[in-house]
Every structure is written in structure tokens, then in C-alpha cells.
Design a protein around this ligand. Sequence first.
Ligand code: MN
Length: 390
Amino acid sequence: MPALNRPSTPTGEVAPVPVNGNGDYATNRPSARGYCEAPDRLEAILATLEQARGSRLLIVIKGHPDPDSIASAIAQRHMGKAYDIESTIVFFDQISHPENRALVKSLDADLRQYREGMDIGAFDYMSFIDTQTPHLPVRVAKPPPILTFVDHHKIVGGFDAGFVDIREDAGATSSIYAEYLEHSHLGLRLGNSEDARLATALMHGIRADTDNLLLARPIDFRAGAYLRQFIDNDLLRLISKQSITARTMEIIQRGLNNKSIRGTFLLAGVGFVREEDRDGIAQTSDFLLRHEGVETALVFGIVNGDVVDGSLRTNSPTIDPDGWLKAVFGADSAGRHYGGGRRNKGGFRIPLGLFARCRDRDALWAIGKKTIEDLVFEKIGVEQVDGDGG
Ligand SMILES: [Mn+2]
């Protein structure tokens, strides 16, 4: 278990928290009016940032950048700035969804894609946002210590960080950052274009992770109530335009053609999917979940010819995607799980390794499909037997 709330304090000193009482009118910072769920954690992250004053921070986006991780990274950078912390936001996997590429562009977000030769060891600290574990996807001889870790996935733990805040009952990591902003002296300023972009990004992150607030939790609504006054509505409309590309349409069609339904469970393999279209798998899962009588949809395909990528969506009160995916697919030899997730959704990735070099694509797909189907149907079978017996 990570130590929650408690920053490791090299100096032993905890800085007093400047709280925004009556509103800082000189800078147009409206006063905080909402409820703060975790004032102790706010105090702790501010103290942690104070201890790192003047340092160079690497903010890590793991996996494919999505609206919640992008907004959280920008919020982390914004908070660091008040402590003269110079932050670089890095991501490792392509920004595959066209909407997310447009988001980064319109936010002027200055994210850097990792390139070979980037000296991660040269940073003083790292911050992780919106991810379950703080493992870097690349090998670094001496990775910098972790300054902050803020997330809303299921707690895994087993690492050290200056500050840890994991709230499984938050719909988005963006909401946690919004709470820090609302209740500290780092609050957003009205009429400041950079702050407007950050508020807009956070709002979009919350909407993206909560199915447009359909699955929002109290903290997400509180965040929305705070953020709305700063939002650039035109920008929000621009970045949240839902469009489905022709290739995603095609993936959805393959999902429809190949679906098999057992009880309330729908499984569909969509074959080979290009790297840039990988989000089509999750979109297909979202779509097939709307099939009448289906409570859980799992869609998978082979992405980029070398990894089986899958997406689980569920409305079932009894399926916990995190535990379910971990139980079905297990972990690699290093103990890293192939999958995990949040309250209502999750993903998994299984590298094909040497098999990726198989030139017979039909045979490769047949093996991948059969393996996934057997594992999933075996698991469902077990659950049904359990259900019948119990
Ligand atoms: Mn998230």
C-alpha cells in the first residue's frame, strides 16, 4: 500500500497551506465555495511541491494520451509552475485518436513524444498521472524519484512517491486536480487565456472519462461546478465534437459481424487493426455494449501486427473490470498484468512476441482469436457454474 496523504519530508518541515479565503480579486481568482473532499491531501501535495521548488520535473503520460491524462498532466505542470518547477510532459505511445490529436493541437499543450536519446535520468523528479503503476515504458539506468502520483484507477501500490493520491471513487483524475486548484492559492483566474485552456481541458477530461457525466461521481460534478466559470465554450465544443472515422466504422462493422453472445456477455474479434486506428476497438466495445440484453462487451483485435489489444465495457454490477481482466489474462514473467481497469471499463494488451513474425496472417489471427475466446469463455463458464451452484 502506498502511504496516502503523507509526503516523505526530507526536511521534516511542512509548509503552511495558503488557502484562498475571500478571493484574490487582484488576480481575478474567485473564492473557493465548494466542498473539499481531502484537504489533508491538498496540503500534502503543496508541501511536496514546495520541497521540490526550482527542480526539473518530468510528467509522464503512460499509454496512449487521452483527454483525462493530457488535462491532468497540464494541471500538474500548472501547479509546479507556482513553485518554479520546470516541467516537461512526455508521452510514449502515439496519440492515436484523431480527436486527441486535435485536442493537443488546440490546447497548445506542448507535449513531447519520447525519443531515443532523451535523457530521463537528467530530471530531478517524475510525476505520474492517470495511471495505475509508475513503471516507465522504457529502460532508464537511474530513473528519477517519483514526486507525485495522482490517479483514479484501482489501487495497486508497491512503490514509493513523495505524494500519492489515488481516489477510486473519482470518475476522472482531472477532477482531483480541479479540487487542488479550487481550494489552493493556485486557483484558476478569470480572463486568463492559459487558465481557460486548462479549465477546458479538465472539463473535457472529466466528460471523456465519465461518458459525458453519465457515470460522474460527486467529485466530478463538484469539479465541473468549479471549472465551468473559466471554460472557453467554443474551445470545448471544438474538442468534444464526436466524429467516427470511416476506418472505425469498418471496425465496428467487423465487430457486429463477428460477435458471439453468451448470456449477457458479448465477445467480438475484429481482426487486424492499424496502430492509428486502435481506439476503434474501444469505440466498438462502447457501441456493442448498447446491444439489447448485453451487460458486458469485450472486443479485441491484433494491433500493429504484434499485440492483441482488447477493450472491456460493462454495465454489470457483478463484474469488476480490473479484477476480471487480471484473472482472465494473468501477468507476464515480470509480474506485470496484461490488463486492468476502472469501475466500468478496462483494457488489455498481450504482446505476440516471436509469433508476430508469422507471415500467415490468417493463422496468426486464428491463434490469437482462439486463445482469447477460450480464456474468456472458460472464465464465463466458471462464473455461470458458480452462479448456478450458489
Ligand atoms: Mn482517467
